[in-house]
Ligand binder design. Structure first.
Ligand code: C5P
Length: 456
């Protein structure tokens, strides 16, 4: 990643400025591994890459579940062990959630048998202070010392518990018991939602205890390194093997899948509408995730959500309004070339169907735009809402069903969601639009959908 000045260095990571983006940072995971507050320190070549992958996969899952995190993108093989995050002012606390008694909890609570399930989960706070071995602090102590407000302490406890449950569930599916977990929080520094509490730092294999089959002796986390009596090449190789296994296992954590639709409600007042959309999509068998964010009031945050989810729902395929001169489409350069470069594929033969009587008068040929409006409208659509901007690097513009069908086929796009399209006669008459989508639904569901049994 393109990165700027180094601004901070921790035991296992380095923070850089993101050039030209004051609200963002680049976090690089290094090959270092430490324990005992830095008393033991080694390098495991390749650990930085595994740590970046693990933390990115964990944060992606948390973002998918709607938890506020600082993670935007990166962490995979070709990202130089770096991820792009929102800049946050860190709260100097380590928040530990425990589902099973182990580690310092078992030592501090001799009555709690090691390995005992903890219900409800225990949330503990520690002050970040290596020199004093991160002393524990109570919620009242945090508030009394002005480290965080009562609301923030409550939010941190709740978000930490939710994070634990989400990750415990993901691990349980892989027959691994999540024992405990350490999180850190920050307040967004600048940009939209400035000051909002977010899950920050990293969540990698150093930050939890995980026991496959619930058996401590099969542990795969950093405790293996802490337990080494003497650090030798063999021991470090075993630790690295575990980190590799963990990065691979987290690679199967849930992410947005092709065909999954993210529905963003434009404020709480629109949740009901969003739910109606979600129900309809559910009827077509499409899984959804729902978020509430206003594209008008916080466009940056909506774009951030899109990036965090790696969702493609906001990628736009614009249809030119009205009749016009096709050459005007060439104004769109890359977005036009991208679709023209795709070899044409013959569209499937239409299923037999009967058009119902049209609900409006189409004697004007199907377009009700007054001729004198063409002076202003007879231009390709360029932008509408900041969240549905045209991305020169990814989007395509076309007014041809064959072009779009070929593009979808080439890219493996199987789900097309038409949004915000004014479904007037200009659209209804086009082969790639609503009728084509209806045919696709009937084909996909082998005509079992109720929609297909009525003649269209
Ligand atoms: O040592 P203790 O039992 O308190 O650790 C609880 C959890 O927090 C463990 O998963 C441990 O890996 C993690 N932890 C951490 N960084 C620390 C202290 C603990 O990631 N400085």
């Amino acid at each position: 990643m393109n990165k700027g000045r180094e601004i901070a260095r921790g035991k296992t990571k380095v923070l850089y400025e993101a050039p030209g983006q004051p609200d963002f940072l680049i976090v690089e995971s290094t090959d270092a591994i430490t324990s005992g507050d830095g008393a033991r320190r080694d390098e495991i070549p390749g650990k930085g890459r595994l740590a970046a992958q693990t933390t990115a996969r964990v944060f992606r899952l948390l973002n998918l579940c709607g938890l506020p995190t600082h993670y935007i993108t990166g962490g995979e093989d070709d990202d130089d062990n770096e991820m792009r995050v929102r800049r946050a002012n860190m709260i100097p606390l380590e928040v530990v959630v425990r589902g099973v008694a182990a580690g310092s909890f078992a030592k501090r609570n001799p009555g709690a048998q090691k390995g005992a399930l903890l219900v409800p989960r225990v949330v503990e706070f520690f002050v970040k202070d290596d020199a004093n071995h991160d002393p524990q602090i109570s919620p009242d102590g945090i508030i009394g010392q002005g480290i965080a407000s009562p609301q923030e302490v409550a939010a941190m406890s709740e978000l930490a518990r939710l994070t634990f449950e989400i990750l415990a569930h993901a691990w349980r599916k892989r027959d691994v018991l999540l024992v405990d977990l350490k999180l850190e929080f920050g307040r967004l520094a600048g940009g939209e939602n400035n000051g909002q509490l977010v899950i920050a730092d990293v969540i990698d294999n150093d930050a939890w205890r995980i026991w496959p089959q619930g058996r401590e002796e099969l542990m795969l986390d950093k405790q293996m390194y802490r337990n080494l009596e003497t650090v030798d090449a063999d021991g470090l190789a075993r630790v690295k093997g575990a980190y590799e296994q963990v990065a691979e296992l987290t690679g199967a954590f849930p992410v947005m899948r092709p065909g999954m639709v993210a529905v963003i409600a434009d404020g709480p007042e629109n949740i009901e509408n969003a739910n109606a959309v979600i129900n309809q999509l559910g009827a077509f068998g499409l899984p959804t995730v729902r978020h509430v964010a206003s594209a008008a009031r916080t466009p940056g945050f909506v774009l951030q959500l899109v990036a965090q989810l790696e969702a493609t729902f906001a990628r736009s395929v614009a249809n030119r309004h009205g009749v016009g001169v096709p050459s005007q489409l060439h104004d769109h350069g890359a977005t036009r070339r991208r679709v023209l470069d795709v070899p044409r594929v013959a569209p499937p033969s239409p299923l037999p169907h009967i058009d119902p009587p049209l609900p409006i008068d189409d004697s004007d040929g199907g377009c009700d735009t007054p001729p004198d409006a063409f002076d202003t409208l007879n231009r390709p659509w360029t932008r509408q809402d900041p969240a549905i901007y045209i991305d020169q690097d990814r989007d395509v513009i076309s007014d041809s069903g064959t072009e779009l069908y070929s593009f979808y086929r080439r890219r493996g796009i199987t789900t097309v969601l038409f949004m915000g399209v004014h479904a007037n006669m200009c659209i209804l008459g086009r082969s790639f639009a609503i009728k084509a989508m209806a045919r696709a639904v009937c084909a996909m569901t082998a005509r079992t959908h109720p929609y297909c049994s009525t003649p269209r």
